[in-house]
Ligand binder design. Sequence first.
Ligand SMILES: [Zn+2]
Length: 269
Amino acid sequence: MDKNTLLQVWPIPAFDDNYIWCIHDGHSALVVDPGDASPVIEYLLQNQLTLTGLLITHHHADHTGGILNLLDRFGASIPVYGPAGNDIPGRTEVAMEGDKIEIAVPRISLKVFEVPGHTLSHIAYFANIQANVLEPMLFCGDTLFASGCGRLFEGTPTQMSQSLAKFAALPKNTLVFCTHEYTLSNIRFALAVEPNNLNLLSWADEAKALRAQHLPTLPTTIGQELQVNPFMRCDQADVIAKAKEVSGENDLPTPAHVLAVIRAWKDRF
Ligand SMILES: [Zn+2]
């Protein structure tokens, strides 16, 4: 096999609105956040792919529930990368900030970011351009969504703000593989924050058209999210002004303060 075969990334739909991402070279596959084993098994068999590793972003059951069944089915020696803590079943490798994970098949080099907020031990995997990867790719779990961000179950607004800032610093063409199809409801909220954001208005039309055809709205890109995602725009005048209006606060000195207001608003939206 030519080891420079371009890697492909495909969504495996699971539950109501999860995407389990499969990274493969036509032969070997890595699977990200398998919350359920059966759709993954079906996908791998249908496409004649050999499972060579699992990448886990955080401990929630809809991201980890299929790990042990996949190991049972395909071999207990498959490496399972995941964040620190005792709540990732089957994890064999702890992945921490700055780690570089080198996987042989499919050949890919991944950098690890710690991105607390949605959970405390949440991590993300970033693949920069390499021989078989033409555009950078980010597997961000439930931290960043198209036009939204994860709910703060464990972390603080400041942590989420710092996590999103790590993503904002990535190349703008980075493809972002979010793990839920929340885009249309996120856009409804984003439009409440920024009703005059023209990029957001045209993205709303595009996303509606995709969903009308039952197509994923993902992956998105970092450049796109910087234009349409209020949680990535907490330093923008319109977003700050709306956060002040909603909260009645006159002083929201940092993006984290703004994020705290709009995240709380989204929770009750
Ligand atoms: Zn989650």
